[in-house]
Design a protein around this ligand. Structure first.
Ligand SMILES: Nc1nc2c(ncn2[C@@H]2O[C@H](COP(=O)(O)O[C@H]3[C@@H](O)[C@H](n4cnc5c(=O)[nH]c(N)nc54)O[C@@H]3COP(=O)(O)O)[C@@H](O)[C@H]2O)c(=O)[nH]1
Length: 757
């Protein structure tokens, strides 16, 4: 350009030079003001000034415009930047005017309001919310406007995104002169954080409030924290425990191998669970149920171990108590039936392994019921405890003494030398029982025992149930043999035991199926030969076989079955009497046999009374035959029952007289009508005067007591003649007539009398 000016008389800046000049500023203006040769210097100067002034103004305007454009561009850039920033944040950012109308919203705001910016701008923020959120927003705005400062608040609000937690920070917007022009807001969604905080709070609460003890250890198993329950259970405070390893609690009850296995389990599967004995701070050892879990980070590296445990002292105690109740007899504290069974099984297995010999003693006290009934249950209990102590003194340490129930005891004993050991111990046990026992009340009681013995392997049974069954069968035999003795099991006993069981089952069905029936045997007036009555004798029609009572009554007598059968007999006898009466057969009386258990049950009078009423027969036409043995054990109770029966009006006779241990002193007190001379005495009549002596005495005694005397089992004419001569009142026996069915009896009855020799 300098070259251009020097070479030309007049220079006009070209468009390009002008732009350059404009860019050059004042330097350009001076450079363009050179004089031109053909013009007065003043004009030239003016022109230069004019041009110069014009150029200056233009230049200023240009500069201002340029600055404004730059500022606009800067503002735009800043706005774009702000826009980009505000839209890239998940935070809600907005501004409002003083009326609460949105003047700016970012995209997060639009998302939260569920509306595009165009629908939001210019509208009041409160319009997008309902109460109480709307009131909260208004209150926040008001607080900012009032305070002119920043207001922050956390709270839950419902937006288009649902019910969420927000941290709202609102502040004032000011004009350059400081005037408040609006409010800006930055709202951060803290829902996730709150959730985590809540989660942590809940965990912390659970950690502290759980009744389980919790220990958190670092990766080296050093305790980092413990909860309150830990302190309550162990007695160690956090200060006592933190920094130590859980070995602090070791009880000494587990060996090193136990702990090695425990940690190996944790390493293997990430956890270990089990029962462990630990020691409290006060030294007490207690059981706990412990779960240890390894906590790993994302890389799988163990960062912590968490131990959670429950003090199971009480559970253990309760368990032990339950075990005791389930396995021990509370009165004697001896093993009960259940535990005895288990012990017997174990003992059998041991004996089988070692080739040893084992004896099972089934002991039943004779006469215990008498003590119980006469002196009361406390006395019975005392007797059982006393006998227990005596047995305990005699049973070896390795053997088992137990009480399966009632007045029964069991002893499981190893026989070191052979079956003879069992006999020695049985005698020892019998002797222990037989000694008089003084009760606290001052009474002295005498009881004996019967013992059944089965021996393994000699008796051939190899399981506990069979061995118990065999010992029971032997016990039954011991009782049959007269009590206060013992009996070994034999295979014959076994066969009988099985048959007995089968019969009992079949007998129950027999009653239900109507297989029982009565036969009748006449009782005849010795003098006239007239039939004066009949004895009803039970029979069981088992298929084709007519089973005599001797084969099933004893079995029925061992259970309550005899009560049902006995009641049926009484009922059927009354029913038959009614049928005969209806036929016009005036049968003076029918006698029925009463079983001991039936007599002892205590309601025989009611059973009789009901049967009489049911069939409308006179009490005097029914006779009950009781035996002496029923009255021996408890004479007082027997006399009382006889009295009640007598009150019903039935006739009573004492059967099998002379065979039992009856006391003649009592005989006077029994309200009976007749005595029956047992067949065994009648049999001896044929043996001459010595043999008939008892028969003579009984007849005389009965008559002195004003009783009718009946001879049973009369099988010969000689017996019949003798008895008649001696003044015996009534006769019964095969010589006169055998027991027969009711219809046969009717035919005999129609004849009026049987042959009297
Ligand atoms: N509790 C109940 N016991 C009953 C009942 N029915 C019978 N019994 C008792 O069963 C035992 C056996 O009775 P059974 O086989 O019927 O024998 C009776 C007669 O048949 C038999 N008897 C009669 N005369 C003679 C004879 O000359 N010779 C001979 N060998 N036996 C004869 O005696 C039995 C009757 O005896 P008893 O009762 O003592 O009068 C027996 O003990 C019955 O008591 C019942 O319903 N309930």
């Amino acid at each position: 350009m300098a070259r251009d000016l020097a070479s030309k008389t007049f220079w006009r800046p070209t468009g390009a030079a002008m732009l350059v000049g404009m860019a050059g500023g004042l330097a350009w203006l001076l450079a363009s003001g050179r004089l031109q040769p053909g013009l007065a210097s003043g004009v030239a100067a003016l022109a230069v000034v004019t041009v110069g002034v014009f150029g200056l103004q233009q230049r200023r305007a240009l500069l201002a415009a340029r600055r404004e454009r730059a500022e606009q561009a800067e503002k735009l850039r800043a706005l774009n930047l702000l826009d980009a920033i505000s839209n890239s944040t998940p935070d809600i950012i907005f501004t409002e005017d003083l009326q609460g109308r949105f003047t700016f919203v970012n995209q997060a705001t639009c998302r939260a309001l569920g509306q595009p910016a165009a629908a939001v701008l210019g509208r009041e923020a409160g319009a997008f919310f309902s109460n109480p959120d709307r009131e909260r927003i208004a209150a926040l705005n008001a607080a900012v406007i009032e305070s002119g400062g920043i207001v922050a608040s956390e709270g839950e609000m419902t937006t288009a995104l649902g019910r969420r937690w927000y941290l709202c920070t609102l502040g004032p917007l000011r004009e350059p002169d400081g005037r408040l022009s609006g409010v800006f807001g930055v709202v951060h969604d803290i829902t996730e954080r709150r959730r985590q905080q809540e989660h942590q709070r809940q965990w912390a609460q659970a950690f502290e409030s759980t009744r389980d003890g919790v220990i958190i250890c670092d990766a080296r198993a050093h305790i980092e924290s413990v909860n309150r329950a830990f302190t309550e259970i162990t007695g160690y405070t956090p200060d006592d425990a933190i920094g130590h390893t859980p070995a602090l609690l070791h009880s000494g009850r587990h060996d090193a191998a136990f702990y090695r296995e425990l940690w190996a389990g944790v390493a293997r599967s990430g956890h270990w669970r089990g029962e462990i004995w630990n020691r409290r701070k006060d030294g007490e050892i207690y059981p706990e149920w412990l779960t240890i879990s390894a906590v790993r980070d994302e890389a799988g590296v163990v960062t912590n171990y968490v131990g959670v445990f429950t003090d199971i002292t009480r559970v253990k105690r309760d368990e032990a108590e339950l075990q005791r109740l389930a396995n021990y007899d509370p009165l004697t504290e001896l093993p009960n039936r259940r535990l005895l069974h288990t012990r017997l099984e174990h003992a059998l297995a041991r004996a089988a392994r070692r080739g040893g010999r084992l004896a099972l003693f089934y002991i039943d006290l004779d006469g215990f019921k008498t003590v119980n009934d006469s002196l009361g249950h406390p006395a019975g209990d005392e007797l059982l405890i006393g006998i227990t102590r005596r047995f305990q003194d005699r049973v070896r340490a390795g053997d088992t003494l137990g009480r399966p129930g009632g007045d029964e005891f069991l002893v499981i004993a190893e026989l070191l030398h052979g079956p003879q050991d069992a006999a020695v111990l049985a005698q020892d046990l019998l002797a222990a029982v037989a000694r008089p026992l003084a009760l606290a009340g001052g009474q002295e009681v005498y009881v004996t025992a019967s013992i059944g013995i089965s021996i393994f392997p000699d008796d051939g049974c190899s399981d506990a149930t069979a061995m118990l069954r065999d010992a029971d069968a032997a016990l039954y035999r011991a009782k049959e043999q007269g009590r206060n003795g013992f009996c070994f099991f034999t295979h014959e006993l076994n066969r009988q035991a099985v048959a007995k069981l089968e019969t009992e089952v079949a007998l129950r069905h027999a009653l239900q199926r109507g297989e029982l029936l009565l036969h009748y045997q006449p009782k005849v007036c010795a003098a006239s030969g007239r039939i004066v009555g009949a004895e009803a004798l039970l029979r069981w029609q088992r298929g084709d076989e007519l089973v005599p009572p001797g084969r099933f009554i004893p079995i029925a007598e061992q259970s309550s079955l005899i009560l049902d059968i006995g009641a049926w007999v009484i009922d059927e006898a009354c029913a038959q009497q009614a049928r005969w009466q209806a036929l016009g057969l005036a049968m003076p009386r029918i006698a029925v046999n009463v079983a001991a258990r039936q007599f002892a049950a205590g309601n025989l009078d009611t059973v009789v009374d009901e049967a009489l009423r049911r069939h409308g027969v006179a009490a005097s036409s029914l006779e009950l035959e009781v035996t002496e043995s029923m009255l021996v054990d408890t004479p007082a109770a027997g006399i009382e029952m006889l009295g009640r029966l007598k009150e019903t009006g039935v006739r009573l006779s004492l059967d099998d007289f002379g065979t039992g241990y009856s006391s003649l002193a009592y005989l006077r007190q029994f309200p009976i009508d007749a005595l029956k001379i047992d067949k065994s005495f009648v049999d001896q009549i044929d043996a001459g005067p010595e043999g008939s002596a008892i028969v003579d005495a009984v007849i005389a005694l009965a008559h002195r007591l004003g009783l009718t005397v009946v001879a049973e089992g009369v099988e010969t004419a000689a017996q019949q003649a003798y008895l008649r001569r001696q003044g015996c009142d009534e006769l019964q026996g095969f010589h006169l007539a055998r027991p027969m069915p009711a219809h046969a009896f009717e035919a005999l009855w129609a004849g009026g009398e049987v042959a009297v020799g």
